[in-house]
Ligand binder design. Structure first.
Ligand SMILES: [Zn+2]
Length: 118
């Protein structure tokens, strides 16, 4: 009985330590951005443009932030080349926060189980 109680306390302490560590890694959310970045080639429709002739690659790529809105609608925001690094950074930030938050949520589920046992 004494042993199992100790083991449980260790487990709880470990989980709390893990949670603290995860929370400390949480980055500043200010720049977090949702959506997904996609690229697309475009056709200029100018006559005799070599790039746009049959078999040509077209121009680009142009970058588009695709944003899923309510009711399954998708909004597409064109991203100028100079803003692309910032957009990528924002998307990465969002994913990092989401991942940490999920892990913290899982630790708290396990803590809840431990607390029920005590
Ligand atoms: Zn063209």
């Amino acid at each position: 009985m004494y042993l199992s109680y100790n083991t449980m306390k260790d487990r709880t302490a470990q989980l709390i330590e893990k949670r603290k560590h995860l929370a400390e890694q949480m980055p500043d959310p200010s720049s977090a951005l949702t959506g997904s970045l996609m690229s697309r080639m475009v056709r200029c429709n100018k006559p005799n443009c070599r790039r746009c002739q049959k078999g040509g690659k077209g121009h680009g790529p142009i970058w588009i932030l695709s944003v899923r809105e309510s009711q399954g609608r998708v909004r597409q925001i064109t991203v100028p080349q100079h803003l692309k690094p910032e957009v990528e950074e924002g998307l990465k930030r969002f994913a990092a926060i989401q991942s940490l938050l999920r892990q913290i949520g899982e630790v708290n589920q396990q803590l809840l189980e431990e607390r029920k046992r005590s």
